[in-house]
Design a protein around this ligand. Structure first.
Ligand code: SF4
Ligand code: SF4
Length: 89
C-alpha cells in the first residue's frame, strides 16, 4: 500500500495526512480553523436543534483542496478534526 508523500526542505520523506472529517457535535464554532486554513477547505454551517435554537458548526466544503498542513487540528480547542493518509490509487 502506497501513500501520498511529501518532502522536507532537507529532502526527507514523510506521509502527508489530509483532512477527513470535523466532529460537529464537539465544534463550538470558534472559527479558529477557518482563519488558519490556507486553502479555504471549511466554512460555518448552522441548523436548528430540537428546541428551535440555531446551532453553528464547521463543515468541510473543499476537502479536495487540503494540502495536509494540519494547522486546523493544531488550532482547534475541541479536537474536532480527523486527518488520514491518502492512499495512491
Ligand atoms: S490540513 Fe491545512 S489545508 Fe487541510 S484543512 Fe487543515 S488547515 Fe486546511
Ligand atoms: S477550531 Fe474546532 S471548535 Fe473551532 S470552529 Fe474549527 S472545528 Fe469548530
Amino acid at each position: 500500500m502506497a501513500f501520498v508523500m511529501a518532502r522536507t526542505k532537507g529532502g526527507g520523506e514523510w506521509v502527508q495526512k489530509f483532512v477527513e472529517s470535523i466532529d460537529k457535535e464537539k465544534c463550538i464554532a470558534c472559527g479558529r480553523c477557518y482563519k488558519a486554513c490556507p486553502s479555504s477547505v471549511m466554512t460555518l454551517d448552522a441548523e436548528e436543534d430540537e428546541d428551535g435554537d440555531e446551532q453553528k458548526f464547521m463543515i468541510l466544503v473543499n476537502a479536495e483542496n487540503c494540502i495536509g498542513c494540519l494547522v486546523c487540528a493544531k488550532v482547534c480547542p475541541k479536537a474536532c478534526y480527523v486527518h488520514l493518509a491518502q492512499e495512491i490509487a
